[in-house]
Design a protein around this ligand. Structure first.
Ligand SMILES: NC(=O)c1ccc[n+]([C@@H]2O[C@H](COP(=O)([O-])OP(=O)(O)OC[C@H]3O[C@@H](n4cnc5c(N)ncnc54)[C@H](OP(=O)(O)O)[C@@H]3O)[C@@H](O)[C@H]2O)c1
Length: 273
């Protein structure tokens, strides 16, 4: 990754999250990053804050880039693909993060011979804690997939999957940060309801989320096993859990992932047809 010329087409929230993550972790330096962003105020913001070079036109930005990250909204991706189709080469690695846009649609504009990767990151990438999945398309090679995996591993974790899982991933980890933010907010409100100052309640919730997630990850134990260990007979925890179960928390979370996946499928059908 070090020394590679990286271009972001579209300088929005997700591009910024990745740039921030890469720079914070020292994976690359600003002089190796260019961004193509049509909105002047946004371009100025990115160049001032991250010291990256910003172009207002896509063709100038992608010239000479070794990796091109397509970070525009799905609604404008066709326009962008048309614009760059005659310019991208088989030497360049094209990584699209546009939700719901298939590798076959990208290949239909850029050509099957191009090295194409589709990825679905999430915003915690900006603090080096992203969860990304990726799959190959066009003439991408195992080396391309590994290189892209290394890229996203540097700002979190990444998993190579089959493209058919992309909608499910969008419904789970793509939308997931918003679910967790809502849970953090709600638990904090719970703390405030029982009389804690909001800042104290929020700090406790955050650390409880981090600590519990790390316990599952580091012990390798099943979550239910860890839950049982802290649930004493007739105690406070089982009383709280009973209320959560009565209010259908499991079903609510499962339904949320299912509904978001279905929405992703609907959007993909519209954008790829
Ligand atoms: N945000 C997430 O959590 C997330 C997670 C996973 C994947 N994604 C994917 O990442 C992509 C970007 O999402 P985002 O949330 O970062 O959206 P965003 O903030 O709207 O960023 C898109 C950027 O592209 C610019 N743009 C518009 N037309 C362009 C063109 N023709 N050429 C170059 N740039 C152009 C936009 O400028 P204007 O504002 O002037 O239109 C905007 O700054 C989407 O495809 C999304 O599906 C996002």
């Amino acid at each position: 990754m070090k020394g590679k010329k990286l271009c972001f087409v579209g300088g929005g929230r997700m591009a910024e999250a990745i740039i921030k993550g890469l720079l914070n972790k020292g994976i690359t330096t600003p002089e190796h990053i260019v961004v193509s962003e049509p909105r002047k105020d946004r371009g100025d913001f990115l160049s001032n804050k991250y010291k990256v070079k910003v172009f207002s036109k896509n063709p100038s930005a992608i010239e000479g880039a070794e990796m091109i990250v397509l970070a525009v909204k799905p609604q404008v991706i066709r326009e962008v693909l048309k614009e760059i189709s005659a310019l991208v080469t088989t030497e360049q690695l094209i990584i699209s993060i546009a939700a719901g846009i298939s590798t076959s649609l990208i290949a239909s504009y850029l050509g099957e011979e191009k090295h194409l990767i589709r990825a679905m990151p999430n915003t915690p990438a900006q603090i080096g804690e992203g969860a990304t999945v990726l799959c190959g398309g066009g003439s991408s090679t195992p080396k391309d997939l590994q290189q892209t995996k290394n890229f996203f591993d540097s700002i979190g974790i990444s998993i190579i999957i089959q493209e058919t899982y992309m909608d499910a991933v969008t419904g789970l980890s793509g939308s997931g940060p918003a679910y967790i933010f809502l849970i953090i907010e709600a638990l904090t409100d719970g703390g405030v309801k029982v009389g804690l100052p909001r800042d104290v309640a929020q700090s406790l919730v955050i650390q409880t989320m981090i600590g519990s997630a790390r316990m599952v990850s580091e012990t390798g134990a099943h979550p239910s096993q860890l839950k049982d260990l802290v649930t004493s007979p007739g105690g406070t925890t089982i009383t709280g859990l009973h209320v959560l179960e009565k209010n259908g928390i499991r079903a609510a979370l499962i339904n949320a992932v299912e509904a978001a996946t279905e929405r992703s499928r609907e959007l993909s059908q519209t954008t790829n047809s």
